[in-house]
Design a protein around this ligand. Structure first.
Ligand code: AHG
Ligand code: MN
Ligand code: MN
Length: 336
């Protein structure tokens, strides 16, 4: 059995390095950690708890909600709303922002989340996750608006995800590297198991939904064709392919053994710039990947530099091993 640094000890020690820190952030993270344990429990019980299947509703994206999407959203809210650390929250499953209800004290942070990522995998017992991003609320403002959330990804004070896989893990960055923790279910605590995670700069593994290939833009077509050509092609090496259809699982694989993940812009639905959402999918994952030495881009711009235009804005995503991401970006430049 592992005894060692618990996530709470780790966060407190990190907080000590920040001059003037009040401890508020530590307590906020503690709430999120608790929420992921509750969601992990529901995901783990699955059919036994009657939580599988559709909720019979649609979210703001026009996607069918699963029961667990709704349950996880409720858990994230109820666990974080009362402690007094947040000014407001925003979620994939809510069209509008959720200001902290008047009966609870207000704090200085904004929380964004994808309560359950990869929900098409819930009913088939494949890994899903929760993604979150923390921003600072504007100082001295009484009522926070949706515009206050529209800060570039570089302004995130923390980003993380929980992965509900064969084991439950929590991976976190506060801008000083990336650390991974594994939940010991018997103890009910996350322990530091993956200190200072690093994405290898090179890779032979790519992840993309190839069923969309006829809709991809030329630079992405070129990159994937070169990967597929393998040893006998211009890359001179064989590539492997993976597609879990849970971004959390793909990013986790990349953090552990490298790789490139793409959900690029395509022409399938010209009204959408991509599939993934900037504020609670692309930005937090990009901060984590960059903090682990990888790179993240839309193909044209660094993800974290984007000035968000809306809470539920979609973006093309190309992230992972630095040299591969830079190659795809260079193909975009050459094409323009
Ligand atoms: P969500 O379940 O939160 O809507 O996100 C699903 C996302 C992402 O996790 C995954 O990479 C992608 O959608 C899968 O897309 P395909 O269905 O096109 O494979
Ligand atoms: Mn998602
Ligand atoms: Mn989701």
């Amino acid at each position: 059995m592992i005894t060692g640094t618990t996530i709470t000890q780790f966060i407190i020690e990190e907080q000590r390095r920040v001059p003037g820190a009040t401890g508020e952030f530590t307590l906020l993270l503690n709430d999120i950690v608790t929420a992921t344990k509750i969601i992990a429990n529901d995901v783990n019980k699955g059919a036994l708890a009657g939580v599988l299947g559709g909720a019979g509703t649609e979210n703001v994206q026009g996607e069918d909600q699963k029961k667990l999407d709704v349950i996880s959203n409720d858990v994230m809210i109820s666990t974080s709303e009362r402690s007094g650390h947040l000014a407001a929250m925003a979620s994939e499953e809510m069209e509008e922002i959720l200001p902290i209800p008047p009966q609870f004290p207000k704090g200085k942070y904004l929380l964004l989340f994808d309560p359950l990522d990869g929900s098409s995998n819930i009913d088939i017992n494949i890994s899903v996750g929760t993604i979150f991003s923390i921003l600072k609320a504007p100082e001295g403002k009484k009522d926070v608006t949706a515009e206050d959330f529209l800060q570039p990804g570089t302004r995130q004070v923390c980003a993380g995800y929980a992965l509900y896989g064969p084991s439950t893990m929590l991976v976190l960055t506060t801008g000083h590297g990336v650390n991974g923790f594994t939940l010991d279910r018997n103890v009910g605590e996350y322990y530091l198991t993956h200190p200072n995670m690093q994405v290898p700069a090179d890779t032979k593994e790519f992840a993309i939904n190839a069923s969309n290939s006829r809709f991809w833009e030329a630079p992405v077509q070129r990159y994937i064709n070169e990967c597929l050509a393998g040893k006998t092609g211009v890359r001179g090496k064989d590539f492997n392919m993976r597609w879990v259809a849970s971004m959390v699982a793909e990013v986790h694989r990349i953090l552990v053994r490298g790789g490139i993940f793409m959900y690029p812009r395509d022409t399938k639905d010209p009204s959408k710039a991509g599939k993934l959402r900037l504020m609670y999918e692309a930005n937090p994952m990009s901060l984590i990947i960059e903090q682990a030495g990888g790179a993240s881009s839309t193909g044209r711009e660094r993800m974290l530099d984007l000035k968000p235009g809306g809470l539920h804005q979609r973006v093309p995503v190309i992230l992972g091993s630095k040299n591969e991401v830079e190659r795809v970006v260079s193909y975009h430049k050459e094409a323009e």
